[in-house]
Design a protein around this ligand. Structure first.
Ligand SMILES: [Fe+2]
Ligand SMILES: [Fe+2]
Length: 185
């Protein structure tokens, strides 16, 4: 698989988790009981799979290679992507804090959790579309086969070092399990 194909496959997993998260938001809003553990799993996924791993691959490896072939960071597409990653981190922080407060018995924080999840989705869904349709297309056009191979090898290193062997598969199992619960109706 090419580097951009690996990243696009990860985008699919992210979009699927965001649609599960929206189902959980609707449940919270309707006043139905909801499983806090599932929100904990989603926060772990957003922090580790999405931010540390996926955004790490983009920021530390893909984007610098794109800059080398002339795609702009300042006032350009890479700068926009980096800005959106930073904004996403802020929403994950808000979600984590609301989650911790809710766990301490402050039930009013359920609304904060819903808000943070929705803001994150509203940011990340178009972000993913821009990368798939514009930035990754530029990568496919401008990066050599040798660079692509270096990127793929670097991605594997990031996975092993930042999230640990086997954790990626664990996330996929967790996503499947949540999907069976929330995506069948
Ligand atoms: Fe990104
Ligand atoms: Fe991405």
């Amino acid at each position: 698989m090419k580097a951009t194909e690996i990243l696009m496959e990860e985008h699919e997993a992210v979009l699927y988790v965001l649609s599960i998260s929206e189902k959980i938001c609707c449940k919270i809003e309707s006043g139905a009981p909801f499983d806090l553990e599932h929100i904990g799993h989603i926060i772990d996924f957003l922090k580790t799979f999405v931010d540390k791993c996926h955004h790490g691959k983009e920021e530390d490896l893909l984007f610098p290679e794109l800059e080398k072939v002339g795609i702009k960071k300042e006032n350009g597409p890479i700068g926009v992507m980096l800005f959106e990653h930073t904004a996403g981190r802020e929403y994950i922080k808000q979600l984590s804090e609301a989650f911790e407060n809710y766990k301490k018995g402050q039930s009013g924080y359920s609304k904060e959790m819903v808000d943070a999840i929705r803001k994150y989705s509203e940011l990340l869904i178009p972000h993913i579309q821009k990368e798939n349709k514009v930035l990754y297309k530029m990568a496919d056009m401008h990066l050599s086969k040798a660079t692509d191979e270096l990127l793929v090898a670097g991605f594997e290193k990031i996975e092993a070092i930042r999230i640990g062997a086997g954790k990626h598969e664990e996330f996929h199992k967790m996503i499947d399990a949540l999907g069976k619960i929330y995506m069948n109706d």
